[in-house]
Design a protein around this ligand. Structure first.
Ligand SMILES: O=P(O)(O)OC[C@H]1O[C@](O)(COP(=O)(O)O)[C@@H](O)[C@@H]1O
Ligand SMILES: [Mg+2]
Ligand SMILES: [Mg+2]
Length: 365
């Protein structure tokens, strides 16, 4: 409910008003971060409109190209990427950008002013869900440029998530909702599509520390590490197993939608490191998927780990790095981290053909 913490904020507080109110806490700030978040919000409004038009605008289906990830680009991946670039490149707030859809960092075009921030984004997350009309989203992360006013270099983006100054996502579902953190809690704004304005609808979102709901793509089960097998099996064992309670499972296959569910009713999400493809130690990308979501989750009182380490502490080594990603309700994530640090304790796994002490592989930590 908006306005619970601050009486200045009500259901009719717009994103603009909210950011002005935030800035009052930092009177010396230049306002550039607010302006950049506005530009991102503008991009999200434009993407929301394209998605809502669906097949009517001929934007459903494959673009016919493969991106740097080796994944089929959807037409809307390309359109959303162009919208993000166009909405943010001219404002003078950025020194450079990184997108899931671009191999290299995007340089701010010649002649446009350069700013003091870096933007990393996934313009359309969950794009394999577009054809089936399920929720998709956009994710963004904002870092400080090491050299404000100078064109960013690739290495400038390789900062750990702890350095993020802001992060957020938009979910394009039955309603379009923008979820933002500037490091002072997590807040949600719902788009009034008639007015074209985001209004504050949830302030200081928190994730319950415990849960009985988990999310995982079980088709990868045979590639999982013992800790993940143990955790999921214990959930499946339900009330008659060691957890002594029944668990529910939900998997949208759209990180934004799964994250939004966790922020709404708690839960734990696992896309763990696995042995499916040794070249890809995880599915999700660190810079523009895991880091921004991890910042939001921690700001909401939850936790986010790679399995053994805190996601936000990981120092990236390349732009499109993938990582194991487990996040959500604090106590569940803590339990999963503990299982990763003591996998051999489960006697049932000692002889697991892939991972057990006598198995083929011992995965180094
Ligand atoms: O297809 P899977 O294995 O269920 O993976 C789903 C995951 O892949 C993603 O769709 C990857 O995002 P992109 O659509 O941006 O490539 C996540 O949103 C989601 O969590
Ligand atoms: Mg994605
Ligand atoms: Mg994407």
């Amino acid at each position: 409910m908006a306005g619970k913490e601050n009486p200045m904020l009500t259901e009719r507080t717009t994103l603009t008003q909210f950011l002005i109110e935030e800035r009052r806490r930092h009177p010396t700030s230049s306002g550039e971060l607010n302006a950049l978040i506005h530009d991102v919000a503008l991009a999200c409004k434009a993407i929301s409109k394209r998605i809502a038009s669906g097949a009517l605008t001929g934007l459903i289906g494959k673009a016919g190209a493969v991106n740097v990830q080796g994944e089929q680009q959807q037409k809307l991946d390309v359109v959303a990427n162009d919208i993000f670039l166009a909405a943010t490149e001219w404002g003078g707030h950025l020194a450079g950008m990184v997108s899931e859809e671009l191999d290299e960092p995007y340089p701010i075009p010649h002649g446009y002013p350069l700013g003091k921030y870096l933007l990393a984004f996934d313009p359309l997350d969950g794009s394999s869900n577009i054809d089936v009309n399920l929720s998709v989203g956009s994710i963004f992360s904002i870092l400080r440029a090491p050299e404000p006013g100078a064109a960013a270099q690739l290495e400038d983006f390789l900062q750990p998530g702890t350095e993020q100054v802001a992060a957020g996502y938009a979910i394009y579902g039955p309603a379009t909702v923008l979820v933002v953190t500037v490091g002072t809690g997590v807040h949600a704004f719902t788009l009034d599509s008639e007015l074209g304005e985001f209004f504050l609808t949830r302030e200081n979102i928190t994730i319950p520390p415990t849960t009985t709901e988990y999310a995982v793509n079980s088709s990868n089960r045979r590639f999982w590490e013992p800790a993940v097998l143990r955790y999921v099996d214990e959930c499946l064992d339900g009330a008659s197993g060691p957890r002594e309670k029944d668990f529910n499972m939900r998997w949208v296959a759209s990180l934004v939608a799964d994250t939004h569910r966790l922020l709404t009713r708690g839960g734990v999400f696992l896309y763990p490191r696995d042995l499916k493809d040794p070249a890809k130690p995880g599915r999700l990308r660190l810079l523009y998927e895991a880091n921004p979501v991890a910042m939001i989750i921690e700001q909401a009182g939850g936790a986010a780990i790679t399995g053994r380490d805190r996601v936000l502490d990981v120092v990236p080594t390349h732009l499109h790095e993938r990582i194991g990603f487990i996040f959500g309700s604090y106590e569940e994530v803590e339990r999963i981290e503990r299982y990763h640090n003591e996998p051999e304790e489960d006697p049932a796994l000692l002889d697991h053909p892939l991972y057990g002490l006598r198995g083929l592989y011992r995965i180094p930590s």
